[in-house]
Design a protein. Structure first.
Length: 165
């Protein structure tokens, strides 16, 4: 089976229908940015005995509409993977390499403070790489064929997964 990730930012109302269609067709469930619906996502995944990879922007934690540090810690303790998505979600291709490295390193430290270890997963904000190797293998969305169901109905997801590698 090809390495296919399903990627969401916020979960849609038909998230469970989408999961029904995706199971067996994707190898990973990814969630970008750390919005305030992460615990709803975790509850649904846990019920299905699935785990997610949550790419977190630590500089946003606790802001209106975003997850909290406590929620990120709970995700981790429930068996979900926490990944680095930079400290402030900057468009890495438009900032100097020193800023790219500082964004990644600050997020590593902040996430380590929350979950007790440095994340070994990283996803570039906006899916756009910078010009620097950050000392980690970006095993985020770049190493997968990415399918983003977002606003698709269950039937549209069913039809779409037929074309996945």
């Amino acid at each position: 089976m090809a390495r296919v990730a399903a990627l969401w930012h916020r979960i849609p109302a038909n998230f469970e229908d989408q999961l029904d269609q995706l199971q067996g067709h994707v190898t990973e469930y990814q969630f970008d940015d750390g919005y305030d619906d992460v615990m709803d996502v975790a509850d649904i995944l846990d019920t299905r005995r699935l785990t997610g990879v949550f790419f977190i922007v630590p500089g946003w934690l606790g802001l209106d509409g975003q997850a909290t540090k406590e929620q990120v810690a709970e995700l981790y303790h429930r068996g979900h993977t926490i990944g680095n998505h930079t400290m402030h979600h900057v468009l890495m291709s438009r900032v100097p390499m020193a800023v790219q490295r500082a964004e990644w390193e600050a997020a590593q430290v902040a996430l380590c403070d929350i979950i007790g270890e440095k994340p070994d997963r990283f996803a570039w904000p906006y899916g756009q790489e910078g010009e620097v190797t950050l000392g980690v293998q970006p095993r985020g969305i770049q190493s997968f064929e990415v399918f983003a169901p977002r606003k698709l109905s269950g039937w549209e997801v069913h039809k779409a997964v037929q074309s996945l590698p």
